[in-house]
Design a binder for this molecule. Structure first.
Ligand SMILES: [Zn+2]
Ligand SMILES: [Zn+2]
Length: 275
């Protein structure tokens, strides 16, 4: 049975103005992050024919409003979809949006502390990533990445992190697919230094490429990381084409040629990839 499991992946949108990714099998699906314009995600969910009844949870990476906002809570409530969120991250949004404790009692909010949990037959392993608040207010909570196991298929998700550590790489080894941040380009930053430091909390094309090589080299499964979605691309400090060019060059230099690099967009969804 396990060998026949097919998982669909679609990045509905990814940028600093909103993030939402859908993963689903024949039986059930989940969303990772659901910030920015919910109306846009509703339109894309309709176009990929993923019924809300099939969506068993929304995993939240951290507290920035391009990942979760008040509309995310309303959307979840309206459609009875639980939100899975780290307890520190929940505390920040709870204060910000004045949320009531009954959301936890009613099962709409499910708290985790980066320990493995399950949604039906899915195994989910959250892990720590590195993304701090710039300024005084605590908005991010405890940022995390995820690996999601659909039986024998593993899909990982890492955005909004300034670095990729050894431990993070260990968590995602042998993934079939990954959504990986390629926020800015170091050459563009050098040529044209931004007048704020928000970009420092994100991953560059160059760091993403180097980390991806490590992930692949240290995996034991053949053809691991065949599908790589290049996500959270900056409008100002990157170009739509650069992430693919830079990451591809780093992969090829290391003799890695099996990877399909997939552009993601701010407003449009990607195609549906079935693994
Ligand atoms: Zn973000
Ligand atoms: Zn963020």
């Amino acid at each position: 049975m396990g060998n026949k499991m097919c998982v669909n992946i679609c990045v509905l949108g990814s940028s600093s103005s909103g993030n939402c990714t859908a993963l689903w099998s024949q039986k059930l699906g989940i969303l990772i992050d659901c910030g920015g314009s919910i109306k846009r995600w509703e339109g894309h969910l309709k176009s990929i024919e993923l019924n809300y009844g099939k969506i068993r949870g929304i995993l939240i990476t951290h507290g920035h409003c391009d990942h979760i906002n008040e509309n995310t809570i309303n959307f979840a409530q309206k459609n009875s979809i639980p939100i899975y969120i780290h307890e520190h991250t929940y505390n920040t949004i709870k204060n910000r949006y004045n949320l009531k404790d009954n959301l936890i009692r009613d099962g709409l909010i499910k708290i985790h502390t980066n320990r493995e949990f399950r949604i039906d037959y899915l195994k989910i392993t959250p892990f720590k990533i590195y993304h701090d608040d710039i300024g005084h207010e605590d908005y991010v909570g405890s940022p995390c990445g995820f690996s999601v196991y659909f039986e024998n298929k593993k899909i990982s998700y890492i955005t909004d992190t300034k670095e990729i550590t050894y431990d993070m790489i260990q968590e995602v080894l042998d993934s079939d697919a990954i959504v990986l941040e390629t926020n800015h380009d170091l050459e563009i930053i050098e040529r044209n230094p931004p007048n704020h430091f928000g970009w420092c909390e994100h991953l560059s094309n160059q760091k993403a490429g180097t980390a991806l090589v490590e992930m692949i080299i240290r995996s034991t499964k053949s053809n691991s990381f065949k599908y790589v979605f290049l996500a959270h691309v900056s409008d100002d400090n990157n170009t739509p084409e650069r992430p693919k060019i830079v990451v591809e060059k780093i992969l090829h230099k290391n003799g890695i040629n099996h990877v399909i690099l997939i552009e993601t967009y701010k407003c449009n969804r990607t195609s549906i990839y079935t693994i």
